[in-house]
Every structure is written in structure tokens, then in C-alpha cells.
Design a protein around this ligand. Structure first.
Ligand SMILES: Nc1ncnc2c1ncn2[C@@H]1O[C@H](COP(=O)(O)OP(=O)(O)OP(=O)(O)O)[C@@H](O)[C@H]1O
Ligand SMILES: [Mg+2]
Length: 338
């Protein structure tokens, strides 16, 4: 499914035909379907798409955080190791150290009854075997690095900090062991617009100073446009378009991407959830036979309703991929008023 160009690209993390299914009491639903993705060292790869597209499930698959009811297929390669087939023990050595994650709600991952310093230090003690004093000293440096007052925040409890400060603490913990990969799942969605920009600037610094590659999950296209190098657009569990951010935002090759971009034209509306495309994402239990976007697509024909379009390089392009039968006919912004 990947092009040769993308296959040969140097990567720290690579999804190969990733699939995730959930088995319930009555049925099995597939929510991630054949996702291929390359995260290049020190780059930002954004995963975008509407609610339910499979962004968080894909991210959790990397870290082995899916519930037992999930069944995975394909491979997630971290260098040469397939994370999906590693033992729990091997995965624990990587998770939180080499590959880490920052979530939308920093609260969920902070212990309310423990001082911030001890929480950040704990990561260093567990993964790097530092002693208590040494770990606290390094934690203070990390808090300074994320632009908090390390000396003061070290002694604070989570409830004494604002949302933006807590997200900075989460980032400090996530970068404590200088990871190669940081997965940030909507890290700024819960924050005020001015704080969002600061957190993003911080993540950008982490990428440049530590060389950490970032898998950036977001609803916010203007934010993605300014931050990501590569973008994968996910629709109903499949990648429908994948391209360098610059190319993708210049001109989409999939009607869904085109509609997404048209739906958020104004950077002042940053932070809003994408909602302006009529219709909804299909129920994973009732996926159409052909293209999952066909019921909402102004370009759809019988072919689209019948045959699943494969991800391919559209004629006249080199590096981008689109899963549309009519990728060549998607003209920039042409569908905006459709
Ligand atoms: N534990 C679970 N059991 C069954 N289905 C699940 C489970 N977790 C997620 N799903 C389903 O998987 C699909 C993808 O969910 P996911 O959380 O990855 O979406 P998302 O793209 O992150 O959306 P959002 O933007 O709302 O965060 C959804 O249909 C969701 O209902
Ligand atoms: Mg999510």
C-alpha cells in the first residue's frame, strides 16, 4: 500500500497494515483498517480526522494500552521491533522511556495526592534508576525546561496548577528520558487558545532540542498546518490521504480532506471541533461496501459505492497518496460550497 518512496524513508516508527478490532458480546467491529504510516526522526506526523476515526485507538496500539477486548493485526515497528508482538516486559522498557504519550486531559495522569516533583522524579527513578535526590534534581531541571518555575512547582500538588501548567508537567514527564517518539493526543484541546500556542511552541522546541519525533493527533487543521511535516487523514479507520503538510494544505487529493480544510477556513476559529461536513461518519458495524465517505461525498458515483478505493499515488503527483477513485479530479477548494 505504501509507495516505494515512503517505504524507503528512514523511520523511528512505522505502522504496517495496522488493524484494530473490538470483540463485543454480540459482534466484532473493526475500527482501524490497514493503516500504513511512517514517522521520520525528529519530524511531526499529524493524524487528523473526525471523532471516531480511530486516532486514539491507533495511538494506544503503539503503547500496548488497548483493552483486552481489542485484537490487533499488522505491525507497528519501532526500529526493527514489532511493538504488537513484544512481551509486556519488553514493552514496559520502551513505554514511558523511548516512546511516551501526552493526553488531552493531563489530570488523568497526575496523582492528586502526590507532589509534582515526586511524580516527575518517579519516571526517572523507574526508567533510569536514579536515586531520590538525583531524580528530584533532574525533575527540577525538566520543569524549568518546560518553562515552569522548577523550584516552586516541584513542591506543588496538581490542584494548585492551571490546566496549561499541568500539561507542561505532563510534557516534562514525557520527555524525562529523552524519548525518540512522543505521541500527543489532542494535547491542547482542553486549553485556552493562548495557552495552546505556548504548548505547541514547547513541543516544537522538544522536537528540535531533543530530536524527538512527534505523532500529533488533532482535530485542529490550522494548528496542524503550522506544526506538522506530514499529515495522515483518517476516515472511518482508514487513511484516505497522506502527504507532506505543505502539499496537503495547498491542494487536497481527496474530497474528504478538501471538505475538512474548507470546514475550518479561519485560524481565529482554532480549537473548534470539525463539524461542518454534512452527514456523519458511518457506524463501524455498518460500513458501506465501497468508499466509506461516498454517502457524504459530492463527487461520488456508482463506482465509489461499489468498490473500495485503494490508497495510491494520483497521476501527476509524486509523494502523496489518496484513496479516491477520482483523486485526479479533486481541484483545490472546488468542493467548498458544494
Ligand atoms: N474499548 C473500546 N471498545 C469498543 N469500541 C471502541 C473502544 N475504544 C474505541 N472504540 C471505538 O473505536 C472507534 C475509534 O475510536 P477512537 O477513540 O480512536 O476515535 P478518535 O479518532 O480518537 O476520536 P476523537 O476525535 O473523538 O478522540 C470509535 O468508533 C470508538 O467507538
Ligand atoms: Mg481520540
Amino acid at each position: 500500500m505504501e509507495t516505494e518512496t515512503r517505504r524507503s524513508a528512514h523511520s523511528v516508527l512505522r505502522f504496517e497494515n495496522l488493524s484494530v478490532r473490538f470483540s463485543g458480546r454480540r459482534s466484532v467491529v473493526t475500527v482501524v483498517r490497514g493503516v500504513d504510516l511512517v514517522l521520520r526522526p525528529a519530524s511531526v506526523h499529524a493524524l487528523v480526522g473526525e471523532s471516531g476515526a480511530g486516532k486514539t485507538v491507533s495511538a494506544k496500539a503503539v503503547l500496548g494500552l488497548l483493552p483486552r477486548s481489542a485484537e490487533t493485526g499488522g505491525r507497528i515497528l519501532y526500529h526493527d521491533a514489532d511493538l504488537l508482538s513484544l512481551s509486556d516486559r519488553s514493552l514496559r522498557a520502551i513505554r514511558g522511556k523511548r516512546i511516551t504519550m501526552v493526553f488531552q486531559q493531563p489530570d488523568k495522569h497526575l496523582n492528586p495526592s502526590m507532589r509534582i516533583g515526586a511524580q516527575v522524579a518517579e519516571v526517572l527513578r523507574y526508567h533510569n534508576g536514579l536515586g531520590r535526590h538525583e531524580a528530584l534534581l533532574e525533575a527540577r531541571g525538566l520543569l524549568d525546561m518546560v518553562e515552569l518555575n522548577g523550584r516552586e512547582v516541584l513542591r506543588a500538588f496538581p490542584h494548585e496548577l492551571s490546566g496549561g501548567m499541568k500539561q507542561r508537567v505532563a510534557i516534562a514527564s514525557a520527555i524525562a528520558c529523552r524519548p525518540e517518539v512522543l505521541i500527543a493526543d489532542e494535547p491542547t484541546t482542553a486549553l485556552d487558545a493562548s495557552i495552546q500556542a505556548q504548548i505547541l511552541a514547547l513541543l516544537d522546541r522538544v522536537r528540535h532540542e531533543l530530536g524527538t519525533a512527534i505523532l500529533f493527533i488533532s482535530h485542529d487543521l490550522p494548528l496542524v498546518r503550522g506544526f506538522a511535516d506530514d499529515v495522515s487523514v483518517l476516515y472511518a479507520g482508514r487513511i484516505v490521504e497522506q502527504a507532506a503538510s505543505r502539499e496537503l494544505f495547498e491542494c487536497a487529493s481527496h474530497p474528504y480532506t478538501d471538505r475538512l480544510i474548507a470546514a475550518t477556513p479561519d485560524p481565529a476559529r482554532r480549537g473548534q471541533r470539525l463539524a461542518a461536513i454534512p452527514g456523519g461518519v458511518p457506524d463501524p458495524e455498518e460500513m458501506p461496501a465501497g468508499c466509506a465517505f461516498a454517502p457524504r461525498c459530492p463527487m461520488a458515483t456508482d463506482l465509489c459505492r461499489r468498490e473500495l478505493p485503494l490508497l495510491r499515488v494520483p497521476a501527476g503527483t509524486l509523494q502523496r497518496l489518496s484513496a479516491c477513485h477520482f483523486a485526479e479530479d479533486v481541484a483545490c477548494g472546488s468542493l467548498a460550497d458544494g
